[in-house]
Ligand binder design. Structure first.
Ligand code: DX5
Ligand code: ZN
Length: 218
């Protein structure tokens, strides 16, 4: 895949019809989905965990990128790997040292990523050793916990800093991305755009919404 691409966040879809949702989005050409895992502690909201993801795994071949908004993510690597996740993204704020967690994710054969909340400053000078272990970085453009929040453009400086510190690293952005905010993120060098409400709000016209959002990337 060349150029920036969109990954739908399932947070905004109808959890009561998940097989149907997964089928429909696979049919319109979506390759991967972003799974928002929340524990009610790292963030003030609670979603779902490994047993639920394991059932979705039986229903689809879509790539599963799990965004773990949980404390002590190192305790949950094996359950999420066993559930069929392809990527595990843990929060920098939730780990004491990123590298042991990243190494354990990669030892399970999964892609490993680090997410950073808007207030978190990234110290990239000198370049930290764990940066080399990353398959992706996820820059949060809202405080995590809920969909449908307003995009914070001040986080784009972190996108630029990550691209400079490690050219070629996949940098994703998550929160408040839609028709009005996508261009600014792409212009800063974002590779992957996580989109929840701006995609799923068109529930009966997902194909139209998908092609419209993708048009805006070019
Ligand atoms: C926020 C989640 C996001 C969320 C994005 O805590 O990490 O992935 O689903 O939703 P929108 O696109 O509505 O901001
Ligand atoms: Zn997310």
């Amino acid at each position: 895949q060349s150029g920036p691409f969109i990954t739908p966040s399932l947070l905004a879809c109808d959890f009561g019809r998940m097989r149907d949702v997964l089928d429909r989005i696979a049919r319109i050409g979506v390759q991967a989905v972003h799974l928002d895992v929340m524990d009610g502690r790292f963030v003030p909201n609670l979603t779902y965990g490994p047993p639920v993801i394991a059932r979705w795994r039986e229903a689809t071949h879509l790539v599963f990128d799990a965004h773990l908004m949980i404390v002590e993510p190192e305790r949950w690597i094996d359950p999420f790997a066993d559930a069929g996740c392809d990527t595990l993204v843990v929060h920098l704020e939730a780990v004491e040292q990123p590298w042991p967690v990243l190494e354990r994710i990669k030892a399970r054969g999964l892609r490993a990523g680090i997410a950073v909340n808007p207030p978190t400053l990234l110290r990239l000078d000198p370049v930290p050793s764990w940066l080399a272990l990353l398959d992706s970085a996820l820059v949060m453009s809202v405080m995590p916990g809920f969909g449908g929040q307003v995009f914070d453009p001040s986080v784009l400086s972190k996108v630029a800093a990550l691209k400079q510190a490690r050219p070629g690293l996949r940098v994703a952005i998550d929160g408040g991305i839609g028709p009005d905010t996508l261009a600014a993120a792409v212009a800063t060098g974002v590779d992957q755009l996580v989109i929840g409400s701006a995609f799923f709000r068109a529930d009966d016209q997902l194909e139209v919404a998908w092609s419209d959002l993708n048009q805006r990337l070019r």
